[in-house]
Design a protein around this ligand. Sequence first.
Ligand SMILES: Cc1cc2nc3c(=O)[nH]c(=O)nc-3n(C[C@H](O)[C@H](O)[C@H](O)COP(=O)(O)OP(=O)(O)OC[C@H]3O[C@@H](n4cnc5c(N)ncnc54)[C@H](O)[C@@H]3O)c2cc1C
Length: 364
Amino acid sequence: MKVVICGGGVIGTCAAYYLAKRGTDVTVVERAGVANGASGKSGGFLAMDWCRGTPVDPLSRRSFALHAELAESIGIDWGYRRVETLSVAASQRQGLSRLRQRNALGWLGSNATVHGQLGTPETTAQLTPDLFTKGMLEASGATLVEGAVEGILLEDGKAAGILVDGAQLMADAVVIAMGPWSVLACQWLPLPGVYGLKGHSLVFRYTPDDPKALFVELEDIAGDISTPEVMPRTDGTTYVCGLSGEAPLPVNPSHVGTEKGGPEKLRAMTELFAPELSRAEILASQACYRPVTQDGMPLIGQVPGVMGAYIATGHGVWGMLNGPATGEALAELILDGAAATVDIAPFDASRLPPLDTANFLREG
Ligand SMILES: Cc1cc2nc3c(=O)[nH]c(=O)nc-3n(C[C@H](O)[C@H](O)[C@H](O)COP(=O)(O)OP(=O)(O)OC[C@H]3O[C@@H](n4cnc5c(N)ncnc54)[C@H](O)[C@@H]3O)c2cc1C
């Protein structure tokens, strides 16, 4: 069986891995470089049970376990490790010294203090996103085709392949996994809308003495609250995100960039709670879009009414976490006719109306 996967983000490469593991002939088609989007620019933070109380919980728990298994079984170092995760309060307006005496973390500034433990090494972990995404593709052995997916080929109402830069690429099954750009597929298939929420991030050359994942609540001098996240990594870098962007999703993923003043603002925010970190060399100033749906839940399953066409996107803030269990479930669905490891019924695309694409898409 031949499967074509549109999109070389974490969802596409995880699907490639679990399909190829079972002997499927897999081709991944990627327009702008594997992991160029959020799958290479995200935090890479993983939590076992932070989706509890939602239909995504079983997917996340399965995926958290698969991450540990993959890090153990595949001989590629993508910076996976278990971490302690702390919440930090920081304020430019109020002294936090009384709390600080009890809860110091050496690399935080005098405005900041630890005020809670959000996760232990049993429940939280991290990885370096681009290394993981590329590592999964490498481990899959799938063929990579560089090109833009421009359409889907249908024969008797069934998916028969895709159009890549004007050329036909035939397949028995097609998976749409283009993150926020999956919205392009709404022109070709009856799919609900997928939207992109933009975020900026910085990668500093910095290794704190006591590396912990931090979720910071930061109050600036005007009383405005922001919530940066800080991930020290195993490769001598520390990642900081937490500043959104307004620019709409460009059709070409290569055109995604930071917005005027964005990186400077994020650095200034960092200075308020971790001055030494904020002064370290910046190795990357970047932005990316997380894929979201109208109801905040992913789309995973067969495209309604179109045999051989599948969708896997809309993972929001948890795409790095939920990549493996999504890929595994998708492989089961395509090869066995049903997902066995996780119930993906809540993620069926038919729960939402198809997007009316008239005037929705424009070249960026
Ligand atoms: C700032 C930020 C921090 C985040 N932190 C975390 C975190 O700590 N933990 C976590 O679990 N998740 C996190 N996320 C979410 C996570 O990064 C995403 O959910 C995930 O990366 C989405 O993966 P994807 O494969 O669906 O999409 P993408 O990574 O966007 O991949 C889609 C791919 O499709 C390609 N493509 C687009 N158009 C075409 C075309 N026409 N033809 C061929 N290819 C095409 C793109 O080039 C891209 O490579 C974060 C997101 C952001 C923005």
